[in-house]
Design a protein around this ligand. Structure first.
Ligand SMILES: C[S@@+](CC[C@H](N)C(=O)[O-])C[C@H]1O[C@@H](n2cnc3c(N)ncnc32)[C@H](O)[C@@H]1O
Length: 369
């Protein structure tokens, strides 16, 4: 269609309507595809298909689910390009579907940097609180982290884990001057992992640096229980301990050579108080490594893809979960560098810098002094 410009330079009304309808239809298609990934993961259908190509009946048997739903799901997955089908023209019951190794990694491999199934868990994690969210939007209240339930815990744990497995020790720690050396030296370095969630950052750090001792702190009891389980399974529970505590209140005493705050500062209702509490517990020369969402430096509209995704997380989870204390900084997921600098300075840090770490979704900061 030819775009007709009005005298104001805006697209003519019909074009604007078509563009928005197209954007929303694409969004609906994507949202349903994400939910179909959640269905496939939670029912074990991808894992069953990973065992080998299957017809709907074979897959339904393998996964222990209903055949007719399985056929519809497989057709959807093939139509969406998520699984492949040997012969689309075959009789529906006879079609054989398969999962390619590349898509297997994206859908099933929990330690792969390409693992994307946790995005589907985030969508499912929002479902239990939608009514509460509307009420919160009316009143200004928050929605407790625990109300989102296990889906959101799974999302948070599994979304970030591959980065801790692959990048924490190899890329992030070496970008902080002197930190890798301190973590490798005697006496054993003490590290505080603030808002550690399910503990993967603590566990991966302890695995990479066999001397290090880590105290992980999180306000969510069930996340801390998961973290303890992960540390035990990884064989580092003798050096990694987890505590249920608010980041802004005194937790384990330290002093700490380093503190980590990953994907969490924007969630804290009291980020300045939390940073000040961390600073008090740092040893002389101690350093804080913050990794948080890579919001663009300034607001723009229309925004880029990262901005749009971060606002989505903010609307449905980060902002309401961060508003469960009164007062709250109500930061939201769109944490811009200026806001972080302001929080760090208010907390008393005299050195605050953005680190030179290449990452599409996170930005890293060094706080000291
Ligand atoms: C997005 S998750 C990130 C968890 C973890 N750092 C990771 O990367 O997997 C944010 C975490 O902040 C925790 N949190 C929120 N408010 C907190 C507070 N006031 N004190 C301590 N932890 C808090 C939540 O329980 C949740 O585990």
């Amino acid at each position: 269609m030819t775009t007709v410009e009005t005298t104001t330079g805006q697209p003519a009304t019909g074009d604007a309507q078509e563009a928005l309808v197209g954007q929303l239809v694409a969004g609906a298609t994507g949202a349903f595809e994400l939910l179909s990934v959640w269905v496939g993961q939670r029912l074990g259908a991808y894992a069953a298909l990973d065992a080998g190509p299957a017809t709907p009946q074979e897959l339904a048997r393998r996964a222990g689910v209903d055949e007719r739903y399985t056929r519809e799901w497989l057709e959807h997955q093939a139509a969406a390009g998520i699984v492949s089908v040997d012969d689309p023209a075959a009789d529906p019951e006879q079609r054989r579907y398969r999962l390619s190794p590349a898509h297997r990694e994206v859908l099933l491999d929990e330690t792969s940097p390409y693992y994307a199934t946790p995005l589907a868990m985030a969508l499912a994690g929002v479902a239990p609180v939608l009514t509460q969210l509307l009420q919160a939007y009316r009143t200004g209240a928050g929605v407790q982290y625990a109300e989102y339930g296990e889906e959101m815990r799974d999302h948070n744990a599994s979304m970030n884990r591959p980065m801790y497995e692959h990048d924490l020790a190899s890329s992030w720690i070496p970008a902080v001057p002197g930190l890798a050396e301190r973590l490798s030296a005697a006496p054993p370095a003490q590290v505080l992992d603030v808002a550690c969630g399910s503990g993967w950052s603590s566990v991966c750090l302890a695995r990479a640096y066999p001397q290090v001792r880590v105290d992980g702190v999180d306000a969510d009891g069930p996340s801390v229980e998961r973290a303890r389980r992960h540390a035990t399974e990884a064989g580092v529970a003798d050096r990694v301990t987890f505590h249920v505590a608010d980041a802004a209140e005194p937790g384990p005493a330290g002093p700490y050579d380093a503190a980590l705050i990953f994907d969490a500062l924007h969630d804290l209702p009291h980020p300045v108080e939390a940073l000040a509490a961390v600073r008090q517990r740092l040893s002389t020369g101690g350093v804080v490594l913050v990794g948080d969402l890579r919001a663009p430096e300034v607001f723009t509209a229309p925004g880029g893809d990262v901005d749009r995704l971060l606002y989505g997380f903010s609307l449905f989870h980060c902002l309401p979960a961060g508003r469960t204390r009164t007062p709250s900084a109500a930061t939201g997921a769109v944490l811009r560098p200026d806001t972080l600098f302001d929080y760090a300075q208010q907390a008393g840090f005299s050195e605050v810098e953005v680190l030179d770490i290449d990452h599409d979704f996170w930005r890293f900061y060094r706080l000291a002094g």
